[in-house]
Write a protein that binds this ligand. Structure first.
Ligand code: GN1
Ligand code: MG
Length: 362
């Protein structure tokens, strides 16, 4: 912890750091909550995972530009720029990050007060607010010049490339685990054609490239503790040019699933249509007028593709020996992959209903 306190002390905080405690449940970065002597605000200190983000400075540049842009939009809309997006705290020498002795990049952000992040919400009102939060984020960035953003992880939501990465991991079989996952490999391979539906439409110019968040788990939304209303979205590491379907889809994968991402009892896993519709209502309420029918219906494909893609990634990481996603028990990435595939199966069985629900909202 000494090291953490020393690092925190290198940022322009309003006082001395009183305590630092591990915080949150992300799979990638290391996160601490900082309390400051004599100050009521708290702050988040985070080390960017350099195995995942090979150019962390580019992550920080994107984040700086996006948050400054959002602050200007929020001011124009009469909102509160301190609350409705992330505020980065500069280092003592005025830089948006600090590098430690090993070259790792650290940042500090204001912890937005009086907010909560939903974990596995059952309340449809909460899901609608999550939809609003991500829809509003996309809407505010509609005019942002997407091509000026760094691609912080190349091919992040390129589902065909994700299938190829799984094939590469299987060919290497670094940990001798391939023999136990024949069924999962067959499930993935049977969907090879499916992996291409969105990338092909993008290439053909049938879907527009937008600035997207790309990691829209509902716990990346902050809601007001008292009113339950959406306040902001966090975790801007993967903001890049992308498809709206990725943002809608990844949120559905997590928020409209009946069980946790690593549920081992596959019988418990299904897509909950009321949750799906509630999120869609919030999301489309913000951005529907910008979408043509093709993009509207792409949202349904996005839910299936993001579920498939996360399954492919968890399975590949299991084969590689759990190098990317942090695990808390042996086999957890395989459990995560199986849960994603079970959810996808249920989505495939309800595809028409999912499309109809979107059409009814137009
Ligand atoms: C990672 O760290 P976290 O939980 O915000 C991952 C997402 C996955 C998610 C699966 C940069 O997000 O893409 O969907 O785990 N983030 C990155 O839970 O790879
Ligand atoms: Mg993330």
């Amino acid at each position: 912890m000494n090291n953490i306190l020393e690092l925190a002390g290198r940022f322009a905080l309003p006082g001395a750091v009183a305590s630092a405690a591990p915080f949150g449940n992300g799979h990638i970065n290391s996160t601490y909550l900082l309390s400051i002597e004599g100050a009521k605000e708290q702050f988040i200190l985070q080390r960017i995972n350099s195995y995942v983000f090979v150019r962390p400075r580019e992550v920080m540049e994107n984040m700086l530009h996006i948050t400054e842009y959002l602050q200007a939009r929020i001011r124009e809309e009469g909102g509160d720029p301190e609350r409705e997006t992330i505020r980065l705290i500069p280092s003592l020498n005025g830089k948006p990050w600090v590098e430690d002795g090993e070259g790792e990049v650290w940042r500090v952000m204001l912890c937005v007060p009086d907010t909560v992040s939903p974990q596995l919400p059952d309340d449809l009102g909460v899901l609608e607010e999550c939809g609003k939060a991500f829809g509003c984020f996309s809407r505010r960035l509609l005019q942002y010049p997407a091509e000026t953003l760094h691609e912080t992880i190349v091919d992040f939501h390129n589902t065909p490339a994700r299938l190829q990465q799984l094939e590469d991991a299987a060919a290497e079989d670094a940990c001798g685990r391939l023999k136990d996952v024949a069924e999962e490999m067959a499930f993935a391979r049977a969907r090879e054609a499916e992996t291409r539906v969105l990338t092909e439409k993008l290439a053909a110019g049938r879907l527009p490239l937008r600035v997207t968040h790309n990691d829209t788990k509902v716990n990346n939304v902050l809601l007001d503790r008292k009113t339950g209303k959406a306040v902001c979205v966090i975790d801007l590491d993967t903001v890049m040019p992308g498809l709206l379907a990725y943002d809608f889809g990844d949120a559905i994968r997590v928020g409209a699933c009946s069980a946790e991402e690593d549920e081992r009892d596959l019988g418990k896993i299904r897509l909950e249509m009321p949750k799906y519709s509630a999120f869609a209502r919030g999301f489309l309420g913000e951005i529907r007028s910008e979408l043509d029918e093709e993009e509207l219906l792409s949202l349904e494909a996005g839910a299936r593709l993001m579920t498939l893609e996360n399954g492919l990634r968890f399975l590949a990481d299991h084969l590689k020996g759990d190098k990317y996603f942090r695990i808390h028990r042996p086999g957890q990435n395989l459990d995560r992959a199986r849960a994603q595939f079970a959810l996808l199966q249920d989505m495939e069985d309800h595809q028409q209903e999912m499309r109809d629900a979107l059409m009814q909202m137009s």
